[in-house]
Write a protein that binds this ligand. Structure first.
Ligand code: NAP
Length: 315
């Protein structure tokens, strides 16, 4: 309604596992809650294929389906939604503002659950060939590489799982890692070592990505042990070298760690009263769906306490 003044109790930024859990807990505490999401609901889960370590699903569950279930659960509790991008937060006073390009949303508390985006390698050719052979999402792009040769860069859970997913489409998958041991969980490693479509390229880093006007043709690598440069002829390069936090809208008053992740205490409170953070955007040792969900619940419970204990601020 025109001129209507809405003061939300909690605004949650992001609808991945952390944002959804926060939404469910906040709405169950009878807080007027809004989730703002700039893409489709589900967060980074939408980039994955299967989830095999979320309790309650002994058979691997489709990641997209899990994202849908989280969001259905949120909707069942009457959380309001906005599809928009928060570009600025103003958090100094008791009424906090989440600003988008077209509107300004007022709230008593904010939970930042904006997650993280894939890191780039920063090598020559990477930007130029993004979308023309260079990808950061196997689930999105693997079907374009049927019967072709591709390289996956990285040695963590994401790189190894996505390499296995790519073997369903690609002819051959090179897994290029900068050391001679994978960082990925042992069970994930074991499955990858048994997959004969994957060739492991150890101790090597990407120097350059080369191609023609149609797309990628080769990746130039440097073997750090042998001290020599060599090339792999590939049509696709999938980069999975970790994530950077989505914090470009977060004001300087909210403390970040050296890598730009938001620092919280165990109550998910940031350095600013009434501002909480949850999930992958938070500085923490273990980024998993299960820890994101836990963060979201804790953040919402403490947002509720903050609002109850400070009710005089909004009278
Ligand atoms: P990650 O664990 O941070 O691994 C990043 C990988 O990229 C590492 O192997 C790292 O090498 C390598 N790397 C980093 N910068 C590089 C560079 N400039 N050039 C070449 N290689 C580089 O990231 P992730 O695999 O995306 O996982 C992120 C989080 O999500 C983790 O906590 C992970 O456990 C979790 N996750 C879990 C699952 C699951 O449980 N099913 C699935 C996906 C992700 P070094 O090893 O040498 O550092």
């Amino acid at each position: 309604m025109e001129g209507e003044y809405i003061l939300y109790d909690v605004v949650i930024i992001g609808s991945g596992p952390a944002g959804c859990a926060a939404g469910i807990y906040a709405s169950r505490a009878k807080l007027r809650t809004l989730i703002i999401e700039k893409f489709a609901p589900g967060g980074k889960l939408l980039n994955y294929e299967k989830v095999e370590n979320y309790p309650g699903f002994p058979e691997p569950i489709d990641a997209y389906e899990l994202a849908q279930r989280f969001n259905e659960h949120v909707d069942k509790h009457g959380v309001e939604r906005s599809v928009d991008e928060v570009i600025k937060l103003e958090v100094a006073g008791p009424i906090k503002l989440a600003k988008t390009a077209s509107t300004e949303i007022k709230t008593k508390a904010i939970i930042i659950a904006s997650g993280a985006i894939p890191k780039a390698l920063g090598v020559s050719g990477e930007k130029e060939y993004e979308g023309k052979g260079v990808s950061y999402c196997a689930v999105c792009d693997a079907p374009f590489f049927r019967q072709q040769d591709v390289a996956v860069i990285g040695g963590g859970d994401t790189a190894v799982e996505e390499a296995m997913y790519l073997t369903r489409f690609a002819n051959k998958v090179y897994l290029v890692h900068r050391r001679d041991k994978l960082r990925a969980a042992k069970t994930i490693q074991d499955r990858a070592f048994q997959n004969d479509k994957i060739s492991f390229v150890w101790n090597s880093v990407v120097r350059e990505i080369k191609g023609n006007t149609d797309g990628v043709e080769e990746v130039v690598l440097y073997d750090r042990v042998e001290d020599k440069e060599f090339s792999l002829p590939v049509q696709g390069i999938f980069v999975f070298v970790g994530f950077s936090p989505n914090t470009n809208f977060v004001p300087a008053s909210v403390g970040l760690d050296d890598n730009g992740f938001i620092i919280t205490n165990e109550n998910m409170e940031t350095s600013v009263m009434g501002v909480f953070a949850a999930g992958d955007v938070r500085s923490k040792p273990l980024r998993q769906i299960v820890t994101a969900v836990s963060d979201g619940a804790i953040a919402a419970v403490n947002a509720y306490k903050y609002i109850e204990e400070n009710s005089h601020l909004w009278q």
